[in-house]
Design a protein around this ligand. Structure first.
Ligand code: NDP
Ligand code: KPL
Length: 311
């Protein structure tokens, strides 16, 4: 039977995966929070190829039964979207959440539901030149794994995931997605806020006095992860953050792009989550003056245009 994926959040990344899944042969329906006439044409431009596909689209809440759900909104929209769709999910449905930032993790994990929840992360980079035109700026790797702590579930992709992994180049199943998500969170904490504060490309962190700040931020982030018991994340962060900044030197980080566009960023889902949720869980007292100051300065900068609950 054809695998049918519903995609909530068909923006840059969601639209990219929608294209991949359709080209692979899956049925794909887009779920929107905007008025819709029932179809949406999405163009994907990759450098080698440009293709427009017509997708069925329906408002969230009118989807009918969902067997496979991909959520690719911004991190701060995940819980709302999940809650709005949970009653439409088939028993044993597969949900895959693919966002940066982990602010949604606790609420999804504590919701009682029978569905299989996976999470993923990708280093493929996409942006939109208009609402329906997606550009793949860089082809990276995608990793997906089960959020369950049960070994049997962690080892085997639930229904629909194998098709998604096969549909997208360089995509892998991970038996330890949590470590990968925390690694990505640490890298995002080290790179994104500083680039947003100083409005520089990722490579700007490797130059001049900003490089000293970059190292202080890395060191304090490492200390938090170490105190939380994520020794692998803490040990690797220095080298990884510098490598990512070097490899993506010409890129504008997603947070910097959001600040420049004066739209709500994932500040609270990334650095806010690290300092307000994870740091208090650390086994020992951790001093993070640079990170505290960075969060304070960015909250001030974002305040005029970001609608967010008071942290
Ligand atoms: N772009 C990239 O290269 C990468 C992005 N990521 C992460 O992926 C996530 C998505 O990023 P990106 O694709 O760039 O962001 P976009 O803003 O392009 O896409 C988000 C999409 O979610 C939609 N949306 C918002 N609220 C709702 C809702 N309530 N119901 C349904 N849809 C909704 C938006 O619709 P509308 O625009 O109509 O409001 C938009 O289409 C982020 O966490 C980002 O950090 C990770 C790796 C790479
Ligand atoms: C890794 C990094 C920092 C690359 O730009 C990213 O994930 C982002 O911009 O959100």
């Amino acid at each position: 039977m054809t695998v049918h994926w519903h995609v909530a959040g068909a923006g840059a990344i969601g639209g990219y995966f929608a294209h991949q899944l359709r080209r692979y042969g899956c049925d794909v329906t887009l779920l929107t929070h905007r008025p819709s006439d029932g179809t949406r044409a999405l163009t994907l431009e990759t450098g080698e190829n440009i293709e427009t596909l017509l997708f069925p689209e329906c408002p969230i809440g009118q989807s009918g039964r969902i067997d496979h759900l991909l959520i690719t909104t911004k991190a701060f929209q995940v819980t709302e979207v999940f809650d709005a769709l949970v009653s439409a999910l088939a028993p044993d449905a597969t949900v895959l959440i693919m966002v940066n930032g982990l602010s949604w993790l606790q609420s999804i994990e504590t919701t009682r539901h029978p569905v299989q929840v996976c999470a993923g992360t990708t280093t493929t980079g996409c942006y939109r030149s208009n609402r329906d035109h997606i550009h793949r700026a860089g082809l990276g790797a995608t990793q997906v794994g089960h959020l369950s702590a049960h070994k049997a579930m962690m080892e085997k992709p639930p229904p629909g995931i194998a098709e998604l992994l096969r549909s997208t180049p360089d995509s892998y199943w991970s038996t330890d997605i949590r470590s990968i998500l925390f690694n990505k969170l640490a890298i995002n904490c080290a790179i994104n806020p500083l680039t947003a504060l100083y409005n520089v490309n990722n490579g700007g962190l490797l130059e001049g006095s900003l490089n000293d700040e970059f190292h202080s931020v890395i060191e304090e982030t490492r200390t938090i992860f170490s105190a939380l018991g994520y020794t692998g994340v803490a040990t690797d962060l220095g080298q990884k953050a510098i490598t990512v900044a070097r490899q993506t030197a010409a890129n504008t980080s997603s947070m910097c792009a959001d600040f420049n566009a004066r739209r709500r960023s994932e500040l609270e889902d990334i650095l806010g989550y690290l300092l307000d949720t994870l740091k208090p869980e650390a086994a020992s007292e951790v001093d993070t003056p640079h990170l505290d100051q960075l969060l304070f300065a960015l909250r001030e900068k974002e305040a005029p245009y970001a609608k967010r609950p008071t942290p």
